[in-house]
Design a protein around this ligand. Structure first.
Ligand SMILES: C[S@@+](CC[C@H](N)C(=O)[O-])C[C@H]1O[C@@H](n2cnc3c(N)ncnc32)[C@H](O)[C@@H]1O
Length: 278
């Protein structure tokens, strides 16, 4: 067994892994020497990656607090990542104990770590699934147990959409989720961008490629990310760098400049019902 209690034979420690590298950026312990070495090379090249990862995580916290304080009681969190406290359900339950959270990730490494940390409460579930196949996610038995589609749902796609390439139609994918959710549901997105640091993003992508890290990264512009909210009204302040989204501590202007991640929450509009002809 590894020090995380995961069967060793399931863990490939011969090459760096994106979820474990992200864990390292966040100061976590669920990573191996090979991940730390690759992540450190990235940090040496673009220290802002750490600033962005931590700002993103803090956005997740504020977003979940906002949702639960607004009355949301069920959350689907796709692209969970290796558990990092406070996780979505811990944040939600700090506001209201009755929130149900379904976690989804397509990475068996995340699945191997999900156990005790994500499933402790009875109101949570985790399953392996690929967000690019909305039907298989929406029809999964764990979703059936935890989520009532007659009530508003919050769908979290936090720091995960940039792993979906344009030719995989991320807009169509989000529309499929949107159409399954009742009006009044919320969509939370955070997304990496090169709007502020084009060259650094290219350098980081180059290191990922060189190290054999298997993750496509599609940084997107403000207007491209905004288009994902089709059918949703944006909650104030709209789509902004995550540090600027309803900060609850004093803003560090240096952090804002260095954060290459956009974030927003949208609320699904009531669709217009066609008036029938008599
Ligand atoms: C950067 S982590 C984000 C973790 C967490 N949401 C956060 O913001 O702190 C991205 C996660 O998305 C997962 N992921 C990437 N592509 C995915 C897909 N097609 N379906 C489901 N999960 C995916 C990865 O395995 C990884 O755990």
């Amino acid at each position: 067994m590894s020090d995380q209690g995961v069967p060793m034979e399931k863990i490939d420690t011969s090459r760096p892994h994106p979820a474990r590298m992200y864990d390292y950026y966040l100061g976590g312990q669920d990573n191996y020497a090979v991940d730390r070495e690759a992540a450190q090379e990235i940090i040496d090249t673009a220290p802002d990656v750490v600033v962005g990862a931590r700002a993103n995580r803090d956005f997740l916290r504020r977003a979940v607090c906002f949702l639960v304080e607004s009355g949301v009681r069920q959350i689907i969190d796709i692209g969970t990542g290796i558990p990092t406290s406070p996780n979505t359900h811990e944040i939600a339950h700090s506001v209201s104990k009755d929130v149900r959270v379904a976690y989804v990730d397509n990475d068996p490494i995340v699945g191997a770590h999900a156990g005790a940390q994500l499933l402790g409460s009875g109101h949570t579930g985790f399953f392996l699934g690929d967000m690019r196949d909305p039907a298989s996610i929406l029809q999964h038995p764990t979703i059936g147990e935890l989520i009532d589609f007659d009530q508003p749902v919050a769908l979290l796609l936090v720091s995960v959409l940039h792993f979906v390439r344009d030719d995989e139609d991320p807009g169509g994918m989000i529309a499929a989720y949107r159409d399954a959710l009742p009006a009044g549901s919320h969509l939370v997105i955070s997304h990496g961008t090169a709007d502020f640091h084009r060259e650094k993003v290219d350098e980081v992508a180059e290191i990922y490629k060189k190290k054999g890290v298997t993750a496509n990264f599609s940084a997107r512009s403000h207007s491209e990310v905004l288009a994902f909210f089709d059918g949703f009204d944006l909650i104030e302040p709209g789509l902004v760098q995550v540090s600027l989204w309803r900060p609850d501590t004093e803003l560090d202007p240096d952090e804002v400049v260095r954060t290459g991640v956009y974030g927003a929450i949208g609320r699904k509009r009531c669709t217009t019902i066609e008036r029938g002809t008599a």
